[in-house]
Design a protein around this ligand. Structure first.
Ligand code: GLY
Ligand code: MN
Ligand code: MN
Length: 502
């Protein structure tokens, strides 16, 4: 049956097979363009990152796959996005390169201080010649289907890393496998994971220690990204600038959204169009949550109506071609004016965000304290409004936490190549660590009052607010709100929306 099925799908298009046709397809093509493979500006930064990583894994062969194409349905793939660790260590972004694998091989010399510990090689599938069948008959990799792909030399020029063809990877990995341990990013590409595990097994390596090494590598790769270098900080500034443009395009779409049966999609689409124009696309699915939908924390269905008088909570970020993403939330009145109760809730959240920023700005601030500062304001305000069954002080105690009914999520996370960046870092390096120069993280308190929340007065029900900013710790330890240029306080948000609605 399966064969029949395969034949059936192949029968859909009949590709000519004759040798004459193949010869004809392979002839009479002009020279390929020579531009488009310039050395990435990130090359020296990526090289420094590899050095840092290598020092933690002297003598160990490190395998970091970019990942494979993922089927969306039937014969359609998702747009390719390399694993963030691969992007970080190669400096290559966008769609480079399905199935590529970065291998950091232990240097043959004993690595003395300052000397390189590993040699880097990228294994990938270079473009096939125009005389090959792949050129015109392979819908996943053929140039006639997916556009010009790089040669080994071109990829080497771009990345500054020596390149070899992918089909030599098994042999290269198996070389002296009995004498060398492997650490692998096992979550990126099942084919490479299977290959490495087979080699390990053949070499008699203990699977438990192997799994521990893989975990250690993922942890180290996350921790390597906790402090951004100057190139990354610049990318983040650009991602935030592009995101501001996306929000502005979204605001311009409010009148059309109000007239549409699925207005939230109109707003989502307006942002998404700008994200594709200015960057690689979205860093994560946009939340465009109007009215009561904003109480659903990950509302990405976005199929609701948008009403004059609602506030819309929009959480969106442009991911650049370098794959760095912003993560911004603004809550905006659709008609340009907050009602008094919307304004009151907004102000409470803004005060929490400002208190969190002030705390982050104190020397020696621990990451978790940013959240605590925000929670203190949220608990106090809810107490003032009479919503807590205990005092705000009691609510803040670990066995209280009643205020969290209205904000169950955390206040901050690291941000960069992944929207929730550095997620595998150890607690002591992340939540329990001091803020350090180069760190970029969010501050995103909120208050969410569901329409059916009988614990709050009726006027609050169906209104939710989150304000999310992206924060950089500068070299001197002080914090900079990178998203300061995107209107934040109530008057500024009203003026922003009104100005764009004309
Ligand atoms: N946009 C997801 C988040 O804010 O964490
Ligand atoms: Mn966030
Ligand atoms: Mn967000």
């Amino acid at each position: 049956m399966s064969n029949q099925k395969e034949t059936r799908s192949k029968n859909r298009s009949r590709q000519p097979k004759s040798p004459e046709f193949k010869k004809f397809m392979g002839a009479n093509w002009g020279a390929r363009p020579t531009d488009g493979y310039e050395r990435s500006e990130a090359v020296p930064f990526a090289s420094a990152r590899r050095e840092k990583l290598g020092k933690q894994f002297a003598g160990i062969r490190l395998v970091i796959p970019a990942g494979a194409l993922v089927t969306r349905n039937n014969d359609c793939d998702y747009r390719f996005r390399p694993h963030s660790a691969f992007a970080h260590l190669t400096g290559l972004g966008t769609d480079r390169q399905p199935n590529a694998v970065l291998v950091l091989d232990p240097a043959t010399k004993d690595p003395a201080d300052g000397e390189t510990t590993h040699t880097a090689t990228i294994y990938f599938r270079p473009r096939a010649s125009r005389q090959s069948e792949e050129f015109y008959a392979n819908a996943r990799y053929g140039e006639l289907w997916v556009g010009v792909r790089p040669s080994l030399e071109e990829f080497e020029r771009m990345s500054g890393i020596h390149c070899e063809p992918l089909d030599t990877l098994p042999e290269a990995l198996a070389k002296n496998a009995g004498e060398v341990d492997f650490a692998l990013v096992a979550t990126s590409d099942t084919e490479t994971t299977d290959l490495v595990n087979q080699i390990r097994q053949k070499a008699g390596q203990d699977p438990e220690s192997a799994a521990k090494l893989d975990e250690k590598l993922e942890e180290a790769l996350s921790e390597l990204r906790l402090r951004k270098d100057s190139w990354e900080i610049d990318q983040m500034r650009r991602a935030i600038a592009a995101t501001k443009e996306g929000f502005e395009q979204a605001i311009r779409s409010f009148p059309r959204a109000c007239a549409h049966f699925r207005g939230e999609r109109v707003i989502e689409g307006a942002f998404g169009a700008r994200a594709r124009e200015l960057g690689n696309g979205l860093g994560y699915d946009t939340i465009a949550a109007s009215g009561e939908h904003a109480a659903t924390l990950h509302w990405i269905v976005n199929d609701g109506v948008v009403r004059d008088g609602d506030v819309i909570l929009m959480d969106a970020g442009v991911e650049l071609d370098s794959l760095y993403t912003a993560d911004i939330t603004r809550t905006m009145p659709i008609n340009g004016r907050f009602t008094p109760v919307q304004r009151r809730i907004y102000q409470a959240v803004l005060d929490a965000a400002d208190a969190a920023f002030e705390r982050a700005n104190q020397p020696g601030c621990i990451f978790a304290e940013v959240h605590e500062a925000a929670m203190e304001v949220i608990a106090k305000r809810l107490d003032e409004w009479g919503f807590l069954p205990v005092s705000w002080e009691e609510s803040l105690e670990s066995n209280g936490q009643y205020h969290r009914r209205w904000m169950v999520h955390g206040t901050s996370h690291h941000l960069g190549l992944d929207v929730h960046d550095c997620a595998q870092a150890r607690r002591e390096m992340y939540t329990e660590a001091k803020l350090e120069p180069g760190m970029i993280f969010t501050i995103e308190p909120g208050l969410y009052f569901r329409k059916d929340d009988l614990a709050v007065p009726e006027e609050y029900r169906g209104i939710s607010v989150r304000i999310e900013d992206d924060i950089l710790v500068r070299e001197d330890g002080s914090c900079e709100r990178l998203s300061e240029g995107i209107a934040r306080d109530t008057d500024a948000v009203e003026a922003w929306v009104q100005g764009l609605l004309g």
